[in-house]
Structure formats: structure tokens, C-alpha cells
Unconditional design. Structure first.
Length: 198
């Protein structure tokens, strides 16, 4: 069955779409039943499709329909995530598109993380895929960023942290990208062990 084209459906479902209208990734929780979850996901997707057909009436939602994808994280949990990592540089190697899935890992939640350990756990769940992971609505304080930095600097292969307004991205370190990667203001000096022949 195809989607409706009636813009009144978007108005009726606007309560589900407020975060997307504001341009933010979000999550919906419902009854932990796959049939119910799939119905809710289809209702949201239909509303976004209709909004995309009426960009003059729903400009923000038409943009959201282009920029966000819907994913079922688990029964009862649906998440809207950006289709692309925000661009932080004109260097095309830093703007690798992601489709929101970990091809060789499992789907991970990337919204509203509150600690370095949350990001570390999500990255580990995402492996063995080495695609960047973008955490929307995520802001860490300096001490949590330092913990994350310590972990990324010891990780093999080494990772970099890209911090923007309301998001953090973990990605494989790339040549020439160090200037964009977050680093502590006062990094701890590396201790070098010296050996002397006596």
C-alpha cells in the first residue's frame, strides 16, 4: 500500500515530528512488540514523505525527510539518525557519508550519550566496522573528553574525536585531520624510558 499525499496527516502526527522539525536526531519508544514498532515507524515515515511533497507548507520537515533515516534499534525503539556526518572540513576524506548502519557490526544507539564510556561501548558494539560513528545530541564535559581521548589514543587503529555543536564523531585517524581532532588543552607529557649501558 502506497503512502497518502494528504498534508493533514502531517499536521495530525506533528507531535511525533517536533524533534525532526527542529533538525535534531531523536528516538521514539513504544510497546516492545515488532508489529507495533513497525506500524509506528511507517506512520512517521509516511508523515515525512508527505512533508517532502509539500516543502512550501512543511519546509523544516521536508529538509528532515532528506537528511534523516529511521532505524529500528530493537522492538519498541525507533531512532532517527542523520544520513551523513556533519562536514567539519572541506577535505572530502572527512565527510564520508554513512547510512546509519554498521555493515559488519550491529546497529548502535548514537543519540544523547552522557559519558566517555557510553561512546566507547557504542564504538565497540559497532566493530568490526570501521565506519565513523556520529553521536547526535551528545556533549561531554572536559574530564569525559579526556577519558575518551586517552582511550582513542591507545586504540588500534588509532581514532580521532571530532567535536561540534551538539555532536561528537569517532572516526579512524586520517593524515592531515589532526587539526580537526579534539585534544586536551594540557596533554600529559609522554614518558620516555631511557636506557643506559653501564
Amino acid at each position: 500500500m502506497g503512502y497518502s499525499s494528504n498534508p493533514n496527516i502531517v499536521e495530525q502526527r506533528m507531535g511525533l515530528l517536533l524533534e525532526l522539525k527542529a533538525g535534531r536526531a531523536c528516538r521514539w519508544k513504544t510497546t516492545p512488540d515488532m508489529a507495533h514498532t513497525n506500524r509506528l515507524k511507517a506512520r512517521i515515515h509516511e508523515a515525512l514523505y508527505i512533508a517532502s511533497q509539500h516543502p512550501d507548507r512543511f519546509p523544516e520537515l521536508a529538509i528532515a525527510a532528506r537528511n534523516f533515516a529511521l532505524y529500528t534499534i530493537e522492538p519498541g525503539v525507533i531512532e532517527a539518525k542523520p544520513k551523513y556526518i556533519p562536514q567539519v572540513s572541506t577535505d572530502s576524506s572527512l565527510s564520508t557519508p554513512t547510512q546509519g548502519t554498521a555493515p559488519f557490526g550491529r546497529e548502535v544507539s548514537t543519540v544523547a550519550k552522557t559519558s566517555a564510556q557510553d561512546l566507547i561501548d557504542a564504538w565497540n558494539a559497532h566493530t568490526p566496522s570501521q565506519d565513523p560513528v556520529n553521536f547526535q545530541q551528545t556533549t561531554l564535559d572536559e574530564s569525559e573528553l579526556e577519558k575518551l581521548y586517552k582511550w582513542t589514543s591507545e586504540h588500534e587503529p588509532r581514532l580521532m574525536i571530532l567535536v561540534g555543536p551538539g555532536f561528537i564523531t569517532l572516526a579512524l585517524e586520517e593524515i592531515g585531520a589532526a587539526t580537526y581532532s579534539w585534544q586536551p588543552k594540557n596533554p600529559q607529557p609522554q614518558l620516555v624510558e631511557k636506557r643506559y649501558d653501564i
